[in-house]
Design a protein around this ligand. Structure first.
Ligand SMILES: [Zn+2]
Length: 131
């Protein structure tokens, strides 16, 4: 079964709204970078992933359920998704990118979301501007 990739999920729209409110420029679904980050700015060297808690199996999250039918299949699938996510983030960091990983369940409170999102991303701006 192919992974269903929803575009413009509610979580992604929330993240876009925070980035725009802070005047961050970004591209969406940047296929030229590892893992195709949902939001990225290559020049400023930051990337953001917005992960669905179910598909990426957010540890300890109530949305990260494992379907009872074909349980082994799903466990393998979630393990593969998580391994791929970790590889992408490592590779981006190796290239000097600041990476913010936002889980779907963390997008409900706009203030908390802004903090999680802008801590790594904002640092990259400061770092660049101060040399
Ligand atoms: Zn979650």
């Amino acid at each position: 079964m192919a992974r269903v990739r929803q575009k413009g999920t509610r979580a992604e729209l929330q993240v876009a709204s925070v980035l725009r409110s802070q005047s961050f420029f970004y591209r969406l679904n940047v296929a030229s970078l590892p893992g195709s980050p949902d939001f990225a700015n290559r020049k400023r060297r930051w990337a953001t992933f917005v992960h669905g808690c179910f598909w990426h199996h957010h540890t300890g999250c109530k949305r990260a359920t494992i379907p009872k039918t074909n349980e082994v299949f799903w466990q393998d699938k979630f393990r593969a998704n998580r391994a791929r996510d970790a590889r992408s983030i490592r590779e981006l960091r190796r290239r000097g990118f600041r990476v913010a990983l936002i889980w779907e369940c963390q997008t409900e409170d706009p203030a908390k979301l802004a903090t999680r999102l802008l801590r790594p991303v904002g640092n990259s701006i400061i770092k660049e501007d101060t040399g």
